[in-house]
Write a protein that binds this ligand. Structure first.
Ligand SMILES: Nc1ncnc2c1ncn2[C@@H]1O[C@H](COP(=O)(O)OP(=O)(O)OP(=O)(O)O)[C@@H](O)[C@H]1O
Ligand SMILES: [Mg+2]
Length: 789
């Protein structure tokens, strides 16, 4: 297929240069919204259409899976447009839907399917699935192609086990979280355990190197890799095995990387290796090959994962052939912003100028000034959410051009989503949480709600089963199965069995103590349901469940996030209590649970339905929306607490703010609250220092108050209940043949009748209906049970 003449007319001259450049290295640097990703996408299309490059010879690296999907869609559309003109002599958009679909599916089969387009992790794990068996690490360890991928928390538990059990280290000095972080650092900088050990000047470093080595042993023993290995191991494999490198080098003629400012050393190394076939010697042969990267140092926001934007700045030195005289042959700058109205762009430009670590660049507006930026000061986070959702509803109603998909709410941390979600549900506005789960779908929230539901209604066996061993308390699957089976066979519900110590002792074996403790927690709080304020009840249950404590011990960033979410759930309870007290309604756990189930049971969106997007600022990179709400601009939240003492980290937070602002096309709303519920109590919040860096004349201030609230503090959380385990009776040697209908006498419980016999043979236990005590399940060997004839 030949490209039609209008194909490149959607690009400005600089973009066109970037797209038409065929072989050799090329760096595109430019500010936000200047069409870098568009240039990269068109370049792929141009390589295939103009230069007849086979799609399977193209490797395109994006930063998120969503970005990869969008890129493929854009390319698919571009091709379909070309085909429409050639085959129908008609614009694609004017074709009947059926023909559009036919074209798209043909493009999918002939172009998209074969392209290697995805994130570093997805692309290189695909390579490892094919070739990892050819890799041997420095200790001779090998992996098989069916390796598993350990997520963050698997990796963290492994490190913890090594630190505390295998190496018997003091976990205060060698906190597993920081050890794991150090290992991740080492991997992202390309160090093997031995190389890392050599680098270590002191005792601590050397010990961490030992943990790293033991950790790699364990991973290999499990035929597993962690996320960082997905990049490090292919790098090593390519360095180690020329044949393998040669294969992939021959395969990928054209390499393209978006968001190059956020690559780390290992990722850089792998791109370099694939770009040259003469390892390490900088001997480039660019015949029919290219390496094309685009990025913006001002949008580098992943340094906590060892991303390093100096890699972007060094591209020309590293990949150039040294023949540069004016540096222009291997670099294109884009200087026009097509995304945002002028006011938005101006605000972004002025903010980022406060960073010292940057190279100044030009970013000119192409769009009209647009409206002022709206800065909203709310009394608290509820008022903030109220303002945002009302604006969204109003704008959507008033502007035919806007649908729900035109809006996005961007926040610094995931846990901030909760008040917005509650109101979106209340007003039935469809929404998506991008790159994460909706608040009430998050695992930790479902778990805590399961506790609350189980306490509200212990007959609910589904929720009991969900939490009986969550967090882990030594109640294994087979014990749970036994208990559930017993309840099914008896035709009662699970709680009736759990609620009876004797039955539990009979059925649960070594786990009996834990099961009884668990039942004790449910019973204890059930007794408080009617009298205790809901906030205290929920705080007590969270404490007693040991859930947060368990997350603290896991110590990963993910666990940290989960804790924040649980705190946000607690905030929801306290907000609920306040609201209802104001309306003088009775505030019960049941009512709170009703409210949350409405939130979680909202009909799921169909794919493609327009919906408001909620996401963290990190997840918003590369995206754009007509209307953006940037929320929670408060000291300690954004910029976040940790960055406030560290100038480099503060600059990164500012870059994150720059990313957020530059997502907006037409309208930008920025908000902050005077007070925010944090950790259950209301704390005064100071406006973010970034707000003082915005040009005053472009920002309009708004303010809304809310009166009358009750200060609620978690105070001291109720202590865990301390329950004694049941100690068993002496064992009877008598094995009898127990049958349903037998009348029996039990030493403590008195007379009763056997209503059910479980599992024949040596593990027999029986259900007995006692005259005054109801049904209990008993192990006759332990219980000194006698038949009455
Ligand atoms: N030459 C152009 N003419 C008109 N619109 C353009 C042009 N180039 C890009 N655009 C539009 O401008 C917007 C921003 O483009 P794009 O997403 O490619 O920018 P970017 O530089 O990748 O931004 P970011 O830095 O946020 O990733 C998109 O809507 C895109 O379609
Ligand atoms: Mg982009």
């Amino acid at each position: 297929m030949k490209p039609t003449s209008n194909f490149l007319s959607h690009l400005n001259p600089s973009q066109r240069r970037a797209v038409e450049h065929f072989c050799g290295p090329l760096l595109v640097v430019a500010g936000a919204g200047s069409g870098k990703t568009r240039a990269l996408t068109y370049r792929i299309a141009n390589l295939i259409l103009q230069h007849k490059v086979d799609p399977e010879n193209i490797l395109a690296v994006t930063f998120t899976n969503k970005a990869a999907r969008e890129m493929k869609e854009r390319i698919q559309k571009l091709f379909a447009e070309q085909m429409a003109m050639q085959e129908y002599g008609e614009k694609y958009d004017l074709l009947p839907e059926f023909d559009q679909g036919k074209l798209r599916s043909r493009v999918y089969r002939t172009v998209i399917k074969d392209m290697w387009c995805g994130t570093f992790h997805s692309l290189f794990s695909r390579i490892l699935r094919l070739d990892i068996d050819k890799y041997v690490d420095e200790n001779g360890r090998k992996w098989e192609k069916n390796f598993s991928i350990f997520d963050d928390s698997d990796a963290q538990s492994l490190v913890k086990e090594i630190v505390t059990k295998q190496m018997n280290l003091d976990d205060k000095k060698f906190d597993p979280k920081s050890v794991r972080y150090a290992i991740g650092n080492a991997k992202n900088q390309g160090f093997s355990p031995k190389e890392f050990a050599i680098e270590q000047p002191n005792y601590r470093g050397k010990i961490i190197a030992e943990v790293y080595s033991a950790y790699q042993d364990k991973l290999a023993g499990n035929n597993a890799l962690d996320f960082d290995d997905l990049i490090l191991i292919p790098t090593r494999l390519f360095q180690q095995n020329e044949k393998v490198l040669d294969y992939w080098h021959r395969k990928f003629h054209h390499i393209l990387v978006d968001e190059y400012q956020d690559t780390n050393r290992t990722q850089y190394e792998i791109i370099r290796l694939l770009s040259t076939n003469d390892e390490g010697k900088k001997s480039w042969n660019w015949d029919n090959r290219s390496t094309f990267v685009v990025g913006d140092a001002d949008q580098s926001i992943y340094s906590f994962r060892q991303a390093d934007f100096t890699i972007l700045l060094g591209f020309q030195d590293e990949f150039g052939d040294g023949l540069e005289d004016d540096n222009t042959r291997t670099m294109v700058k884009l200087e026009e912003n097509y995304r945002s109205c002028e006011n938005i762009l101006e605000v972004a430009n002025q903010l980022i100028e406060n960073n010292t670590q940057r190279i100044d660049k030009i970013l000119k507006p192409t769009r009209a000034a647009g409206e002022e930026i709206c800065l909203f000061k709310a009394d608290d986070e509820v008022v903030e959410a109220d303002f945002v959702i009302n604006q969204i509803r109003k704008l959507e109603e008033e502007n035919p051009d806007l649908d729900w998909g035109s809006f996005s709410i961007l926040y610094r941390t995931n846990a901030q989503s909760r008040p917005f979600e509650d109101l979106l549900v209340k007003y039935q506005v469809p929404y998506n949480v991008v790159g994460g789960f909706r608040f009430y779908d998050r695992k930790e929230i479902k778990d805590i709600l399961a506790y609350l539901k189980a306490i509200q209604n212990p007959s609910d066996a589904v929720n009991i089963q969900r939490i009986i061993n969550t967090p882990r308390r030594g109640i294994g699957k087979s014990t749970i199965d036994t208990l559930v089976r017993a309840s099914q066979e008896l035709g009662t519900n699970l709680w009736e069995i759990l609620n009876d110590e004797t039955s539990v002792n009979t059925l649960a074996g070594r786990a009996a103590k834990s099961v009884n403790n668990f039942a004790g927690i449910i019973k204890k709080w059930q007794a408080e349901i009617e009298t205790m304020p809901v906030t205290e009840l929920v705080a007590g249950i969270i404490e007693d469940s040991g859930y947060v404590q368990d997350l603290h011990t896991q110590g990963t960033d993910e666990a940290e996030d989960r804790i924040q979410n649980i705190q946000a759930l607690y905030n929801a309870v306290s907000e609920f209590q306040e609201e209802n007290q104001e309306n003088e309604e009775s505030v019960t756990l049941q009512k709170f649970l009703e409210k949350t189930s409405l939130s979680s049971d909202l009909d799921k969106l169909k794919e493609g339905d327009a919906a408001v997007s909620l996401m963290t600022l990190h997840a918003s990179k590369g995206l754009e929306f007509p209307v953006v709400f940037l929320v929670g601009l408060e000291q300690g939240l954004f910029p976040n607490y940790r960055s406030m003492q560290d100038p480099a980290a503060l600059e990164e937070e500012r870059r994150l703010c720059y990313v957020g602002i530059t997502r907006a096309q037409e309208r930008l709303f920025i908000s902050h609250a005077r007070e925010r519920r944090l950790y259950g109590s209301r704390e005064p919040a100071m406006r973010s220092q970034f707000l003082d860096e915005l040009p005053e004349d472009l920002v309009a201030n708004h303010h809304q108050t809310r009166q009358g609230y009750v200060k609620i503090s978690t105070g001291s959380l109720p202590k865990r209940s301390d329950r004694n385990a049941f100690t068993s009776n002496t064992q009877s040697d008598v094995i009898q043949n127990w049958q349903v209908g037998d009348a029996v006498i039990h030493k403590t419980f008195g007379e009763g009748e056997i209503t059910h016999v479980f599992d024949a043979g040596s593990k027999t236990s029986v259900a007995i209906k006692f005259t005054n005590l109801g049904t209990k399940i008993i192990d006759p060997r332990v219980a000194q049970l006698q038949k009455i004839n």
